[in-house]
Design a protein around this ligand. Structure first.
Ligand SMILES: [Ca+2]
Ligand SMILES: [Ca+2]
Ligand SMILES: [Ca+2]
Ligand SMILES: [Ca+2]
Length: 282
């Protein structure tokens, strides 16, 4: 596995992972405690950090953006995020200013000012990563931070204040992700390890290692991860984005295997950042 050569064409990607399937032990798919409730499908988008423009798409396919708008200052280095900040069933965008650990959330996918602006976290804690999700199952997505790749501080409201949930998830390497992996309506955290080509998911926001680890994508890349409910079954799964080819690889189960949806979106080599959400509430 360590000798795989990338980049590959999408067809080769599929073939390689079909082979990888045979080599890797197959983890069990999580069994939902309750029947998952569908809330439509999540789709992808891109954020151009140079012009601070969002390009959101209402289908997981190649083609032009459905929604294009400028939000936030150009070239600021702020991090794009997405979530249903007001619980109306529509995910909208936001920006995180890491230098001032300040969030700027907007309740519509359009140009304009932030609806919610607040400071969360302390700037003296290094290596911050931001996550978003519905940590308490009330239908509203809120923010969270990870410090030093290990300590998570999740908040149940989009406002300044202390963390509601804190835990140590013992991981160092990785890009943080979040989603409702088991369909119980509560989002929990996970990691994408782009070096090992692994997705590591936790089913509770509590101390401890990942509950489910599986291989997905090539090893040793600069790929990004996105998460969402791509098929509307109420369970969030992972997807990967190859920035060198602007290819999305979305999978509909949290297991090793080939991508269910592969498509190119956005200009190749642009440095645009992938995000995902249900932009139209459908
Ligand atoms: Ca909303
Ligand atoms: Ca919530
Ligand atoms: Ca869950
Ligand atoms: Ca799903």
């Amino acid at each position: 596995m360590a000798n795989l050569r990338f980049p590959l064409r999408p067809g080769l990607f599929a073939a390689v992972f079909a082979t990888a399937l045979l080599l890797c032990p197959q983890p069990k798919q999580a069994q939902p405690k309750h029947a998952p409730v569908a809330h439509g499908t999540d789709t992808i988008g891109l954020y151009d950090p140079v012009t601070s423009t969002f390009y959101l798409k209402n289908s997981n396919s190649a083609g032009p953006a459905d929604l294009t708008f400028v939000y936030g200052p150009a070239g600021s280095g702020w991090i794009p995020i997405a979530g249903d900040w007001d619980g109306d069933g529509v995910d909208t965008i936001g920006l995180y200013d890491e230098a001032h650990t300040t969030f700027y959330l907007r309740n519509s996918n359009s140009a304009g000012v932030a609806d919610l602006t607040f400071v969360y976290g302390t700037i003296d804690r290094p290596n911050r990563q931001v996550v978003t999700g519905d940590w308490n199952g009330d239908g509203i997505d809120t923010i969270g931070l990870n410090f030093d790749g290990s300590f998570f501080f999740l908040r149940n409201s989009n406002s300044a204040g202390p963390a509601d949930i804190t835990f140590d998830a013992y991981s160092e390497c990785c890009l943080d992700i979040a989603g409702d992996w088991d369909g119980d309506r509560v989002a929990t955290v996970g990691r994408y390890d782009r070096f090992a080509g692994e997705i590591r998911l936790k089913f509770t926001n509590a101390d401890g290692h990942a509950n489910l680890v599986y291989r997905y994508g090539p090893t040793n890349t600069d790929w990004k991860a996105v998460t969402g409910d791509w098929n509307g079954d109420g369970i969030d799964t992972a997807g990967l984005f190859d920035p060198s080819r602007n290819l999305f690889f979305l999978r509909n189960s949290n297991t090793a295997g080939v991508a269910d949806l592969t498509f190119q979106y956005g200009p190749v080599g642009s440095g645009w950042i992938p995000i995902a959400g249900n932009w139209d509430g459908q």
